[in-house]
Design a protein around this ligand. Structure first.
Ligand SMILES: NC(=O)c1ccc[n+]([C@@H]2O[C@H](COP(=O)([O-])OP(=O)(O)OC[C@H]3O[C@@H](n4cnc5c(N)ncnc54)[C@H](O)[C@@H]3O)[C@@H](O)[C@H]2O)c1
Length: 389
């Protein structure tokens, strides 16, 4: 069967869905790869590297034909509407695809009887760990964010004792202790910062401590949702959290926010007032800027400077952070794709079987039927019978 990887369409996206080291693994299960020319260039993978591993390179002028003939189309970001219109009827797509924010694309995929598998909703069970692209990309983003902070902060991260005096360590506060947040803590600790963190899930206190960071106990109720994720905050709870966090934020050199609730706009954790209480030169890095923002006034891909306690505070709105580590982010993503394809492939044919929990959970659209409950709600479709039961 033929797998096609088109070049990513979204501006600023540097990753590629399959890297050359995966080609032999695909071939072993009977799948051949065709990739658009130059698709791996921004991640450091040349057409020659793909060719030398046995992939076929398709000219950009031939993308439409390849979309129409491929059995599976794999990308990092969701396919553009134009690409969806060319994918063959009843084909298979694999990518990130938000069940809520990409609802219009989901509708188009369903119209073409496609089975659309999304890493955004892949069940996080131990059998599927090797396919968990949310985790692999969050690791890249969490690490990279701390490097951005270290580069932009006009201070050292580690404590230094020199003949010219002692430099205190930077104080880094991480809000949201999921995969990205924990990786940010580990990276900031490795650079020598003093790190503290807060999350609404009860289990996060131990996870934070295991990274060598201090968990801030704000004395608030935990907000545990389904599947190990957080629940959305009500207005009063949000206000209580903001009030309790304010002094810790004012005391930090760097605040990194990573909070998310599946299928919802990112929760607002840092108001303008809280940001303005920080010291001159302080940084706030909003990793959730692309999904609504954890910080008031943050803009994805831009710096916003506001007046602080005694100078200026910069709010950095993240955009495409994992993509900034494109070589390794792509390599990990590619391995996630290969693992998912391997699960679904028998005798050289990719056959997604919805009797498998991993396939059923990932298939936002299965053979043209929109199966994901959040997508159905976003598209004002009635719930499926099995959801009502
Ligand atoms: N294979 C697996 O079993 C597996 C893999 C990865 C993650 N997980 C678990 O899944 C869960 C979610 O991880 P994720 O990184 O995808 O999370 P995420 O990206 O959905 O959210 C990031 C973090 O933000 C936190 N958050 C939400 N609202 C908040 C608020 N108001 N204030 C502070 N923090 C808030 C969440 O609790 C979460 O820890 C975690 O429990 C993680 O350990 C399991």
């Amino acid at each position: 069967m033929k797998i096609f990887v088109p070049a990513e369409q979204r501006e600023g996206e540097r990753r590629v869905a399959i890297t050359p080291d995966s080609i032999a693994k695909l071939s072993k299960i009977g799948l051949e790869l065709v990739i658009e020319q130059g698709a791996g260039a921004k991640a450091g993978y040349s057409d020659e590297a793909y060719k030398s591993q046995g992939a076929q390179i398709a000219a950009t002028s031939d993308v439409a034909n390849n979309l129409a003939s491929a059995d599976v189309v794999v990308s990092v970001r969701p396919l553009s509407n134009e690409h969806v219109s060319k994918v063959k009827n009843a084909g298979i797509t694999i990518s990130f695809l938000s069940p809520v924010f990409d609802a219009p694309t989901i509708s188009l995929l369903a119209d073409k009887n496609i089975t659309a598998l999304s890493f955004d909703v892949l069940p996080r069970i131990s059998r599927a760990q090797s396919m968990d692209a949310l985790t692999s990309q969050a690791l890249c983003a969490g690490y990279r964010t701390v490097l951005i902070a270290a580069e932009r902060l006009p201070k050292f991260f580690p404590m230094l004792m020199t003949a010219a005096g002692t430099i205190p360590p930077a104080r880094v506060l991480v809000l949201g202790a999921g995969v990205a947040g924990l990786q940010a803590m580990a990276t900031a600790r490795r650079l020598g910062a003093v790190v503290s963190a807060y999350d609404v899930r009860a289990s996060s206190a131990d996870e934070v401590k295991s990274m060598g960071a201090t968990f801030l106990d704000l004395g608030l109720d935990a907000l545990e949702g389904a599947g190990g994720y957080a629940r959305e905050m009500g207005e009063d709870r949000a206000k209580a959290q903001q009030d309790a966090l304010k002094p810790f934020i004012a005391d930090s050199d760097v605040v990194i926010t990573t909070a998310a609730v599946p299928g919802r706009k990112a929760p607002l954790l840092v108001t303008q007032d809280m940001a303005a209480a920080m010291k001159d030169g302080a940084l706030i890095i909003d990793m959730a800027a692309e999904t609504g923002g954890n910080v008031a006034g943050s803009i994805p891909g831009e710096d916003v400077t506001i007046a602080g306690q005694d100078g200026t505070v910069t709010i950095i709105g993240c955009r495409d952070v994992a993509s900034q580590l494109s070589t390794h982010a792509s390599r990990l993503y590619s391995q996630n794709v290969v693992s998912l394809l391997t699960l679904m492939t028998a005798e050289g044919s990719v056959i997604p079987d919805d009797a498998d929990e991993v396939v059923a959970g990932s298939a936002i659209v299965y053979k043209g039927e929109i199966r994901n409950a959040m997508s159905r709600e976003a598209l004002s479709l009635p719930a499926l019978v099995s959801e009502e039961a």
